[in-house]
Design a protein around this ligand. Structure first.
Ligand SMILES: *Cc1c(COP(=O)(O)O)cnc(C)c1O
Length: 388
């Protein structure tokens, strides 16, 4: 059976390749430790699970979701309260907030809602691979904007050729950044709004790590920037802060025209989010901010362990302050892939090669801190032994 051309342009999903490699080694009896995937292992907070169980029993919630294409008003109101409390951003729950089946869904539907076939869409290199897939499925043309360590992994707008910017209708950004861990600054966000205005580029600011910050780094929302709502939306998600990756719940906030357009796409694609999941989401946002602090101290502890181990083997660097990843330079003379392969072959520790996130990821690997402490300790002991 022939399948659509648009799919042929999409590179194989990074984690699928990794999974194959891991599965083979496991089948051979190797004790593999994967530090490659960002998916918290600890449970979702108990009150959130309780709320799901309670509301799942109500037959009213067995019907199609309330306000299908927008998400329940009660959920959107809670998101508005959360944005005001956490980021000082005021949002109209009727027009400026939309419930999502996770932020990844939002990326995809954003492209369908904004980009015409053949239009350029800017994304960063390195960058989250799903942006490229969303752009390609939406028949846009991805353009990679390098983000480099010497610029704190932020795009330099003056370096984007103006003929490219003129052709572009949208841009994806993500800070705190997967994979580099870099955080945005208020000055940068102001520049982003200016750039978007000058070239009429709709911004999709994907912010699922907004809450995952360390060492005094402030929580930053794109919507804090003056004029942000005129030029774009922010996607956010309960996956990462509340250990809810499997639940599939997120939100899009910001520009009302984009929100309405995405809502129209969703109305004709999915029929919204299971009400019980939305009630559980309300319980998370309303009552579980303290859980985030607990997880931050867990990740902080693991971060220190990894950094100390790397230092012992001669990899000493100043890590960016966001996300539960560490973006680690390979030892001198080794490429991303050399380092990844040596780690896997000699220590059975899996990390993600930086080049999986784009050509400018060369020279780095990404280590995820979403593994149990004992496994991380074991992985670090093996690495220390191998590289000492
Ligand atoms: C994890 C992740 C997502 C996906 O979030 P969901 O809400 O689970 O879909 C989106 N963007 C980035 C950059 C991520 O790392």
């Amino acid at each position: 059976m022939q399948t659509a051309e648009r799919l042929k342009k999409i590179p194989p999903y990074l984690f699928m390749e990794l999974r194959k490699k891991i599965n083979k080694a496991k089948a051979d009896g190797v004790d593999v430790i994967s530090l490659a995937i960002g998916d918290p292992v600890e449970a979702t907070p108990a009150p959130v699970i309780d709320e799901l169980c309670r509301t799942a029993k109500d037959p009213l919630n067995h019907r199609y979701p309330t306000d299908e294409e927008k998400g329940m008003l009660a959920f959107r109101r809670e998101v508005a309260r959360w944005y005001a409390a956490r980021y000082g951003v005021s949002l109209d729950p009727e027009k400026e907030i939309l419930g999502l089946i996770g932020s990844k869904e939002g990326c995809h539907h954003f492209v369908l809602a904004r980009v015409n076939p053949g239009e350029t869409v800017l994304m960063t290199d390195p960058g989250y691979p799903a942006y490229r897939s969303s752009i390609l499925i939406g028949q846009g043309v991805p353009y990679n904007v390098p983000i480099l360590p010497e610029n704190q992994y932020l795009p330099v707008f003056e370096d984007i050729p103006s003929e490219v910017a003129k052709k572009a209708s949208a841009m994806f950004l993500n800070y705190p950044n997967n994979p580099t861990g870099a955080c945005a600054t208020p000055e940068f966000l102001n520049k982003l709004v200016d750039f978007a205005r000058v070239y009429d580029i709709a911004i999709c600011y994907d912010n699922p790590y907004a809450e995952i910050v360390f060492s005094g780094q402030e929580r930053i929302s794109f919507l804090q920037a003056e004029g942000a709502k005129e030029v774009g939306i922010e996607l956010n998600s309960l996956s990462k802060p509340f250990n809810m990756c499997g639940w599939r719940l997120g939100m899009a906030c910001g520009n009302p025209d984009l929100i309405a357009a995405i809502s129209k796409v969703k109305e004709n694609t999915d029929s919204g989010i299971f009400n019980a999941v939305q009630y559980a989401g309300i319980a998370a946002l309303a009552g579980q901010a303290g859980f985030i602090d607990e997880m931050l101290s867990v990740y902080g502890r693991r971060r220190e362990l990894v950094l100390a181990t790397l230092k012992k083997i001669g990899i000493d660097f100043d890590p960016p302050k966001g996300t539960f990843y560490l973006w680690v330079p390979a030892p001198k003379g080794m490429t991303s892939l050399d380092f990844t392969n040596r780690l896997f072959d000699k220590t059975a520790v899996v990390v993600a090669a930086g080049t999986a996130y784009g050509q400018y990821g060369e020279g780095f690997v990404r280590i995820s801190l979403t593994v149990p402490d004992d496994r991380l300790k074991e992985a670090m002991a093996r690495i220390e032994k191998e590289f000492k």
